[in-house]
Write a protein that binds this ligand. Structure first.
Ligand code: UFG
Length: 322
């Protein structure tokens, strides 16, 4: 059985679906603070917090858990800048709590969702896993702190293995539109731009057009959420061979904020008005990953390789929930 923390969230719901479809049984643990129980259509759902030691222990006692996929986290870069302690508590301290209980119950496979934000403003692009980690916001710092703790435990404890996935920008939605991205409040670029196309917002504000990039707007490496999910499936076999490792998860291509707006205009066949705003604190100029390692070691491939195809799936989902 696989325990998925944060399985009612955007990425967690897609991971949970794919893993169930491939014959695994799952338990979803989620506090529903930034997620929705309606997203949990597979596996068994348990509502709770990661700092609830009694609850977590009772789950490991009651169910034969083989693997933990730890996706529960707070994800807003700007919120982390405004409220750093909330991020150190939720993303670091609660994760340490979960891991220590898992180890106490002899769990020996742990998959952790980390982030491109651990790299900060990278000196070398594309970013390989060997790049230095110098996060520039508390979100990235809180994730890096737990990475370091997990690596230490993986080295210390015989037969305990972990995989760290550093997600770049998750985007898109499952093709049958049962699940998708629906944060409240929404802070991510693609759903906000699509809201403008759907008439829910008047304009998209571009956070800075004076970055050292060809069009002055920030560049990100977007990856379809189902491609993130399929990497989790691949890593289950990898962990069976008892190895600990770190992998970037990305499409391996960069798109500026302007290019995302252009793609949304093509997909929705509408004109999307924009306005240039100040830079947002904590945003690196360019994040593009080198994803060769995950392709080689996990024999994983992205199914979605065109930004318009990714955005089409988001648009279909946004239309459905609007
Ligand atoms: N942006 C705008 N206007 C908006 C929203 C976003 O211009 O209204 C810009 C941001 O400044 C950034 C880009 O669009 O340059 C992407 O922003 P998102 O908020 O969609 O995503 P982030 O890059 O901030 O964050 C995401 C994940 C993090 C992860 C990070 C790594 O939420 O978990 O990608 O790149 F760490």
């Amino acid at each position: 059985m696989i325990l998925i923390t944060g399985g009612a969230g955007y990425i967690g719901a897609h991971v949970n679906k794919l893993i169930n479809e491939n014959g695994y049984q799952t338990i979803v643990l989620d506090n529903l603070k930034n997620s929705n129980q309606e997203m949990v259509k597979w596996g068994k759902f348990i509502k709770g917090d990661l700092n609830d030691e009694n609850l977590i222990s009772s789950i490991f006692k009651k169910y034969q858990i083989d693997i933990v996929i730890h996706l529960a986290e707070l994800t807003s870069v700007s919120e982390s800048v405004n409220n750093p302690s909330k991020y150190y508590e939720n993303n670091y301290q609660y994760s340490v709590n979960l891991l220590n209980i898992a180890i106490r119950f002899n769990i020996n496979k742990f998959i952790f969702s980390s982030t491109a934000a651990v790299y900060g403003n990278p000196k070398i692009i594309p970013i390989s896993e060997k790049n230095a980690c110098n996060p520039i916001n508390p979100y990235g710092k809180s994730k890096l702190m737990f990475e370091e703790y997990l690596i230490k435990k993986s080295k210390e404890i015989e037969n305990f293995n972990s995989v760290i996935f550093r997600f770049f920008n998750a985007a898109g939605a499952d093709s049958n539109h049962e699940i998708g991205e629906n944060h409240n409040p929404e802070t991510h670029l693609i759903p906000i731009v699509l809201d403008v196309a759907l008439g829910k917002r008047k304009k998209i504000g571009i956070f800075g057009a004076d970055y050292p990039t060809p069009d002055g707007t920030c560049i990100r490496d977007y990856i379809h959420v189902n491609d993130i999910a399929s990497a989790h499936l691949k890593v289950i076999d990898f962990l069976d061979k008892e190895k600990s490792d770190i992998f970037n998860l990305s499409m391996g291509k960069g798109f500026s904020v302007n290019e995302i707006i252009e793609s949304c205009q093509r997909v929705t066949n509408s004109k999307i008005p924009h306005v240039i705003k100040n830079r947002r604190d904590g945003d690196p100029a360019i994040l593009i990953a080198d994803n060769k390692k995950v392709k080689k070691d996990l024999k994983w491939r992205t199914e979605f390789n065109q930004i318009d195809d990714i955005i089409k799936t988001s648009y279909n989902y946004q239309k459905k929930i609007n």
